[in-house]
Write a protein that binds this ligand. Structure first.
Ligand code: ADP
Length: 635
């Protein structure tokens, strides 16, 4: 094949630019990224080799680093799966990962490059450009005889040529930038520098990493390769070692290895399953939610599955339910067959058992975090709470355990969230239900007319604002600690209270307003299904309520957006019998039952009720016209 020159995808250019001018002080991580890629490539070949033994290399699987101080090059070589010419173009000339792409697109026009960029996205291979001004990748795919060379100086283009690798694998040659300790660039041809980095970042990589130094011995004119027999890394799978022997630093490095996140994890869960099936797991809750948390299909790396220390697959979804999709880490089973396929996994009893154990452990660890360090837990909740609540939609989960972890805003405290169980603890003995209101913003909810009577009586109400809240509270109203959940905007509210009007008074009031209610109802028959007197209003004249079982407007909008047919239903308009407007309207009505102001006021009362719950008026122009007319009249 002739030599070809290609342009990088625009996003790659941007990424390269960020790397070349990186302010990130920890440039040493480039080596970890390349070793990690090599280790992945070896994992993949080892896996392929289970069924296609002819692909396996003649010698041992491994990674070799060759440092040449004089030429100022560092070579990273593996005998893993390799890449074809097309794969080189695909993998190194474009960025496929949605989160990284999204970030780079958002980065447009911003100069303040965040030093955490590398941490957040694991820019992987491109990290080389922090330390090298020319990079060459030669690769040969296992099972093929041709090899190809990809090279670039990091400007806008790269070149493809034929190469002559004599065995499958990948060889990456970095032409190193000058040492610049102030900028964090060390001498990566120095034996001790290289050894130090490998030990620090890649000790647990499960393949041997060997070092060759190009050195002139005394009396020699040219440098010749000198290799040590012992690998630089201990290769101990970190999850097989007793936790007491693993340092926090090692756990953190391993976290970075599996997640490509250079930040600190929020929580670590190490656990072993014993008995009929044996497995070990080392799981993490990331410190920061990834960009694609809500694109379930795209969530990048999740749980890696190993069988007896052999890597089997990335993103093993079967091991973690969707609502815990933010959990990352490794599961190593003792009993599964090395040949497991994704299809088999779906029905495998062992996988079910492992998954059940992991879910229990993760929820338990979160509960412990909550107990021991609530502030940190709230940091977790802010990032992952809405995802965790998706677990409340499932039928097969123990919802109580999830409900124990739920926090929500509340009328009890403007500044702080409250845990659901603390709410229940605070409930007065005669309060029968956990009261809540759902909507899109806490501020709108906090001033909702639905809450007036509750505030008046000092009854605490939870303010739930995640879209998922609409769904779990409505789909199957759950109970928690023996208490049902009751929306303050639904059905009839009966806040038994001795100071309130007694039944006889209520009856009397209803009788008195009966005809007016009828008149308002006929004025609004297109919009509401019922007009009635309210027991939940104190200051506001009107509010809308739903019947138990009706879809809330937010949920309705969500379902429509998702393309579902939603039956039309009308809300109920509740009016405050103690409000001046209603009293005056009653006198107007008594004087003349067909006074034209009655339908106008009815429309305004409805409009107010819609606005008060943050809704949109169906005809804002008509509303303002009516309002202006009435204002003019009143002046
Ligand atoms: P990531 O490893 O996070 O996917 P990279 O940019 O580091 O991202 O690498 C992009 C892709 O290039 C990898 O997913 C892999 O398919 C391929 N690749 C990189 N290094 C190697 C290697 N040493 N051997 C085989 N394939 C590799």
């Amino acid at each position: 094949m002739p030599s070809e020159t290609h342009e990088f995808q625009a996003e790659v250019k941007k990424l390269l630019d960020l790397m070349i001018h990186s302010l990130y002080s920890n440039k040493d991580v480039f080596l970890r990224e390349l070793i990690s890629n090599a280790s992945d490539a070896l994992d993949r070949l080892r896996f392929e080799g289970l069924t296609h033994t002819e692909l396996l290399p003649s010698g041992e699987f491994g990674i070799r680093l060759t440092a040449d101080a004089e030429a100022r090059t560092l070579v990273i070589e593996d005998n893993g799966i390799g890449m074809t010419r097309e794969e080189l173009v695909e993998n190194l000339g474009t960025i496929a990962r949605s989160g990284t792409l999204e970030f780079l697109r958002n980065q447009d026009g911003k100069d303040d490059q965040s030093p955490d960029l590398i941490g957040q996205f694991g820019v992987g291979f491109y990290a080389s450009f922090m330390v090298a001004d020319q990079v060459q990748v030669e690769s040969r795919k296992a099972g093929e005889d041709k090899s190809c060379r990809w090279s670039t100086d990091g400007s806008g283009q790269y070149t493809l040529d034929d190469a002559d690798l004599d065995a499958p694998g990948t060889r990456i040659t970095l032409h190193l930038k000058d040492v610049d300790t102030e900028d964090g660039i060390q001498d990566y041809t120095d034996e001790w520098v290289v050894k130090g980095i490998v030990k620090r970042f890649s000790d647990f990589v499960s393949y041997p990493i060997h070092l060759t130094l190009m050195k002139k011995d005394e009396g020699e004119d040219v440098a010749t390769p000198k290799s040590e027999d012992d690998p630089l890394n201990s290769m101990k799978a970190i999850w097989t070692r007793p936790a007491s022997e693993v340092t926090d630093e090692e756990y953190k490095e391993f976290y970075t290895h599996v997640t490509h996140d250079h930040g600190d994890p929020l929580l670590r869960v190490a656990t072993a399953l014993e008995g009929t099936f044996e497995a070990r797991a080392l799981l993490y809750v990331p410190g920061m939610a990834p960009f694609d948390l809500y694109h379930r299909e795209m969530a990048h790396r999740g749980i890696q599955l190993y069988v007896r220390r052999v890597f089997i697959m990335d993103e093993c979804r079967e091991l973690m339910p969707d609502y815990l999709r933010f959990i990352k880490g490794v599961v190593d089973s003792e009993d599964l067959s090395l040949n497991v396929s994704r299809e088999i996994l779906q029905q495998d009893r062992q996988i079910q058992a492992i998954r059940k154990h992991l879910v229990k452990k993760v929820l338990q660890s979160l509960a412990e975090l909550r107990r021991d360090d609530e502030e940190k837990y709230l940091g977790f909740w802010a990032q992952f709470g809405p995802v965790l609540k998706e677990g409340l939609l499932l039928f097969d989960e123990k919802k109580e355990r999830i409900l124990d972890l739920v926090y929500a805003a509340s009328t009890a405290d403007d500044a702080k969230l409250t845990a659901l169980d603390d709410y229940v603890d605070r409930m007065p003995e005669d309060q029968e239900a956990i009261y809540f209101v759902t909507g899109t913003s806490r501020d709108v909810l906090a001033s909702s007319p639905h809450l007036e009577a509750f505030k008046d009586k000092g009854i605490e109400v939870l303010l739930l604002t995640d879209p998922v809240d609409e769904v779990w509270l409505q789909q199957m109203p759950p109970e928690y600690k023996g208490k049902r959940f009751q929306s303050v905007g639904r059905g009839e509210i009966d806040l038994k209270d001795t100071e309130d009007k007694d039944e006889a008074e209520n009856k009397e009031e209803e009788e008195a307003y009966k005809d007016l209610m009828q008149a308002i109802r006929s004025a609004l028959q297109e919009e509401v299904k019922e007009v009635r007197l309210s027991s939940r209003l104190k200051q506001s004249p009107s509010c809308l309520v739903l019947e138990e079982g009706d879809l809330s407007p937010q949920l309705e909008a969500m379902l429509r957006q998702a393309g579902q047919e939603v039956p039309d239903h009308k809300p109920i308009l509740e009016l405050n019998p103690d409000h001046a407007i209603l009293k005056k309207l009653q006198s107007v009505f008594e004087a003349n039952g067909t006074d034209s102001r009655i339908p106008d006021y009815a429309g305004l009362l409805l409009g107010q009720a819609i606005l008060a719950e943050g809704g949109q008026l169906p005809d804002p122009a008509a509303f303002t016209q009516k309002l202006s007319a009435l204002m003019a009249e009143a002046l």
